[in-house]
Design a protein around this ligand. Structure first.
Ligand code: DP6
Length: 320
């Protein structure tokens, strides 16, 4: 009773920030993301009656801190009266780099767990289960451009565009590695409880989703760039105005934003987006990817550059 699944992380262009139900991890807003191709997490789940408790190995090392959340994810997918599991996870990118590693990890864990237990779910059901573990993980169940919508008491997902129909590139500038000062789950609650901008953030989200959805359907890069940067900066304004303030940027983050602005004035089709961490993700047209990557690599404070095209949905790769 073992299964292995692969999932890729995704980068939100219209951000998920805030929960309407913490217990069920339901987001307060919809979001739109792109699933990446070159980065991935592979997770194996082996259920066994020989195990007395769950065991988790991340990149070859036993991990206690992450185990409770993974065990909860398995309980949620398989049920609490389940066999214990050995879970092994491997990512081909640094986990601490703030690259939504939880999205690919929980998406792959959900798919592998369901298969190991011989349970069959639709993709949307798997996405809902993954989303209960981590909101952004729901989007990695789909490839290309993905929209997550709030729908009544649940979420609905849709692939807006297939992977190859608009082959954008994502250049990630790593400015710092190491754990986040405040994890997203806790930070979202702090924002909801204390940020004076939180309500307007929630109120304006549908409008941003609509603009981004239309831009993606029409392959209108300029329109997508404007709304994605605006949405990202609004989310960070909510964080900055929270108490305590949550500032995830460092000086290199700012310099990367200036580099992207400079590239824009030179005619490059590129925009930036930043999540709950100091890395800058520059989204661009394929013909501009080399110039973007070079300019960001030369920006003081950038430690490493990663490049990725858009990738496909989480999938099962092995089952025994
Ligand atoms: C800033 O999905 O990590 O990356 O549901 O609490 O696990 P939890 O949050 P998580 O939050 C992602 C926040 C973000 C924006 C985004 O990916 O949409």
């Amino acid at each position: 009773m073992q299964a292995t699944a692969i999932a890729q992380p995704n980068i939100a262009l219209i951000k998920y920030w805030g929960k309407r139900d913490v217990e069920r991890n339901l987001p307060a807003v919809g979001s739109i993301s792109v699933t990446l191709r070159e980065l991935h997490t592979e997770v194996s789940v082996a259920l066994s009656s020989d195990l007395r408790s769950d065991e988790l190995f991340v990149n070859g090392e036993e991990s206690q801190p992450l185990l409770p959340r993974i065990s909860r994810c398995l309980d949620n997918v398989i049920g609490t009266q389940r066999l214990r599991a050995r879970i092994t996870s491997r990512s081909n990118f640094p986990i601490a780099a703030g690259l939504a590693s939880s999205a690919s990890a929980f998406a792959a864990t959900t798919v592998a767990a369901a298969s190991a237990a011989d349970l069959s779910f639709s993709t949307e059901e798997l996405a809902r289960l993954a989303g209960q573990a981590s909101g952004s993980a729901a989007r990695s169940l789909y490839g290309g451009f993905v929209e997550l919508r709030n729908s009544g008491d649940t979420i609905k997902l849709a692939a807006l565009r297939e992977v190859d129909s608009w082959p954008l590139q994502v250049v990630v500038a790593i400015t710092e590695t190491g754990p986040k000062p405040t994890g997203s789950t806790e930070a979202m609650e702090i924002s909801r409880e204390t940020s004076p901008f939180y309500t307007s953030w929630i109120e304006q989200q549908d409008q941003d989703l609509e603009i981004a959805r239309t831009a993606i359907l029409q392959r209108d890069f300029a329109q997508l760039a404007t709304v994605a940067e605006h949405n990202c900066l609004k989310m960070h304004s909510v964080m900055w105005a929270s108490r305590p303030p949550m500032v995830y940027w460092n000086s290199a983050t700012m310099r990367c934003m200036q580099t992207v602005r400079q590239l824009q004035t030179e005619g490059c089709q590129v925009f930036f987006t930043i999540d709950a961490g100091p890395q800058v993700k520059a989204v661009c047209l394929p013909e501009d990817a080399e110039a973007v990557s070079k300019a960001l690599a030369e920006t003081p404070g950038v430690q490493e550059i990663m490049m990725s095209g858009l990738g496909s949905a989480a999938r099962l790769v092995d089952k025994t």
